[in-house]
Design a protein. Structure first.
Length: 170
């Protein structure tokens, strides 16, 4: 199993050398890059149950959506109804009597959290593979404390290339 740092080096190398990233002039997120990112997440966390955007759209109302991104990312936008949980205390407060779906930017950080929650005995936790970047790219509604939102925090310049330009916060 690759280490966390090996993953980031691999993905940034893949991004820059093979699939194009910041400064490449490519506006639309590359399907090949998305496939590589998702395959790597699945290989890093083989025991985590993953959901697609279509799965998340169809979730029942009793599911707890948990955003595990940093506070500055969450402040820009989030999935409607999502709660923020970026610390151990926040994670401990996640209800165990309801299904939980965790998400982040692309699904890596949320896969880590889903894996941890499952190992800690949470009975029903899943990872949203593709996370808020795919949600926004598909044109689904976003919100923030002011109401409706239209852009997503890009995490950084390289990862932001997985967002459609009109959905990327400057």
């Amino acid at each position: 199993m690759r280490s966390r740092w090996t993953f980031w080096i691999w993905i940034l190398t893949t991004c820059g050398a093979v699939l194009g990233c910041a400064g490449s002039g490519v506006d639309a997120p590359s399907p090949e890059r998305w496939r590589a990112v998702k395959d790597e997440i699945r290989s890093q966390f083989p025991g985590v149950r993953n959901l697609t955007t279509e799965d998340v759209v169809a979730l029942p109302k009793d599911v707890v959506l948990v955003d595990v991104r940093r506070a500055d990312e969450y402040a820009v936008s989030r999935l409607p109804g999502a709660i923020h949980a970026s610390s151990d205390g926040d994670l401990a407060a996640i209800p165990r009597d309801r299904p939980v779906v965790v998400y982040c930017s692309v699904g890596y950080r949320s896969a880590q959290v889903a894996d941890r929650l499952a190992k800690d005995g949470h009975p029903d936790v899943r990872n949203y593979l593709g996370s808020i970047f795919e949600w926004a790219n598909a044109g689904h509604a976003l919100e923030n404390d002011a109401g409706a939102a239209t852009t997503v925090h890009p995490f950084n310049a390289d990862w932001g290339q997985l967002l459609r330009p009109e959905r990327r916060q400057d």
